[in-house]
Design a protein. Structure first.
Length: 186
């Protein structure tokens, strides 16, 4: 079927659906990649946040950075503690505050998992030419700019700033959310 035989709205709906299928298939694939390491996707996200932060943080910081609710985070951290990947302690300044920190075993495991994910991605793109990669990169950059721009970004400079914030978030989500909380209007 040619693209001229269906409406623009139907084409866009198809693109949206394909993007959702891609996200679902990617999550399923990542979940399968994590199984040999004994991790679930939420455990991996928590481990990644702690490994990138490289210091103790509060459970509140961890829930904020990972978008998990407190009871769910408690269960995730409990399992990671049992696996020896993170450790939990009470704050000496305020005994009500629980601190969580990645262990050496957790850092090592995260490094292995990250390497396996990277290798899997490299293998997945090995059939693409450099021109195909350029096209794909441009399309994803466009989609990112479109999505971030929908959040009422006023200018191109604001859009670039929001995308840079997103990049900073993924470098260390815990530190990022701590800094954002101190800004007015958060």
């Amino acid at each position: 079927m040619s693209s001229t035989s269906i409406s623009r709205e139907e084409r866009i709906r198809g693109i949206k659906d394909t993007f959702h299928y891609l996200m679902w298939a990617s999550m399923r694939h990542l979940t399968q990649l994590l199984q040999p390491f004994g991790l679930t996707f939420p455990q991996y996200i928590v481990l990644a946040a702690l490994a990138s932060h490289q210091q103790a943080c509060t459970m509140r910081d961890l829930t904020s950075a990972t978008f998990e609710d407190p009871p769910t985070m408690t269960g995730i951290v409990d399992r990671l503690v049992k696996m020896g990947l993170v450790k939990r302690a009470r704050s000496e300044a305020d005994r009500r505050v629980v601190l969580v920190e990645v262990t050496e075993k957790g850092i090592t495991l995260f490094s292995h998992v990250d390497g396996a994910i990277t290798q899997d991605e490299l293998n997945g793109y090995d059939r693409l030419s450099d021109d195909d990669l350029d096209s794909l990169e441009q399309l994803f950059q466009y989609k990112l700019r479109m999505r971030v721009g929908q959040d009422q970004v006023a200018t191109e400079a604001d859009l670039n700033c929001e995308i840079e914030k997103l990049r900073e978030f993924f470098k260390d989500p815990i530190q990022y959310t701590k800094v954002e909380k101190t800004k007015p209007g958060f």
